[in-house]
Write a protein that binds this ligand. Sequence first.
Ligand SMILES: [Fe+2]
Length: 464
Amino acid sequence: MGSFTAFYLLVLYLVLNAAILCNGGKTSSYVRNIKGCIDMPLESDVFQAPPGYNAPQQVHITQGDHVGKAMIVSWVTMDEPGSNTVVYWSEGSKDKKMAEGKLTRYKFHDYTSGYIHHCNVKNLEFNTKYYYEVGIGQTVRRFWFITPPEVGPDVPYTFGLIGDLGQTFDSNVTLTHYESSPHKGQGVLFAGDMSYADDYPNHDNVRWDTWGRFVERSVAYQPWMWTVGNHEIDYVPYLGEDKPFKPFSHRYRVPFRASGSTSPFFYSIKRASAYIIFLSSYAAYGKYTPQNLWLEKELQKVNRSETPWLIVVVHSPWYNSYNYHYMEGESMRVVFESWLVKHKVDVVFAGHVHAYERTERVSNIAYNITNGQATPVKDPSAPVYITIGDGGNTEGLANNMTEPQPDYSAYREASFGHAIFSIKNRTHAYYSWNRNHEGYAVEADSMWFYNRFWNPVDEPSLSH
Ligand SMILES: [Fe+2]
């Protein structure tokens, strides 16, 4: 090819790229009335401990293995250790089974936790409703959950997406909207930053307890899968608390060993037709580090004929056009983005920025120090990046955006809300973001996702 032809083709390529990317992102015109985000007071009804001596509280469940046949049940007792046993049975069965858990507790500065119980209930049947009881021998509380369908390529499944939730009045609205969503989320992918206890003097861990009681009404009945955020780090050397993630590690468990991970901060699960990879913005990710070595192998394990949908969840966004935490995710993007494009990840969910944003399918992986190619370009193999750090925590909204809106940004809005990712089959998933709008959940952004492996054609953008 002659150099003139090559130059002509290059110009044509750049013009086409620019044309594709310049169709204009949208900054929502909806302006939320910011009244301040105030934590609910300790005496709020959503924080009340259940009645009865040593009654289990802060009950929460998460997937306990790699495929969805196990569930980790966790709870806290305050008066004494009490029983570690979970009694469980499938709906309609009289055959009650028991599983035995383990106990832990911790001190944090002048705070001492209750007795924290974790029990991995294994060998469950797929797609089955189970009842379970904790507090055996004292105050017994009963809950239920439904296990996911067996892993397979066309199995429908609906995930909720919540991030940066906190425990304000706005957080309560977000959770209520998620619970009452007509899309009926069956499990939550949580994008990190849970209680915001570390915003209190001495990281008052009582606010970890209140958060556990607040979210119990959802997470005791459907699993929430955890990604750590910076508010889980709780690193306070001047208080003698020099081991990061101490409260989180005692209170929340994830099945990291089932995916060959050596750390609870990065792991994967399969659930129905999805393969979900949870990464940590706060564990080392450079070359030769455990997270880097694990992710490289992990991406090669994904079989899109079994799990067509490949989802990544991480706290700090790689594409973010707000003036908050701007470029904090950049170093991790540089390390990992090319792998996600190579393996055709469908979507990356992040939190951290307290607002909502969805990108076009773009990548920025051509840069090689000398070629100057450092601008995101349209890339059908790239994930859509979604920032969902809008749960409603005490730090308030991120409402200051970079201007003009970058071409990669398809839709952005400084409001609180939650999202739903509803997989229909191997080719289609319906996604919606639902704004907290004067007491109602209003679907403000949505799109049909076309699977990157089975249906890798351009998706129409349906921003409202
Ligand atoms: Fe954060």
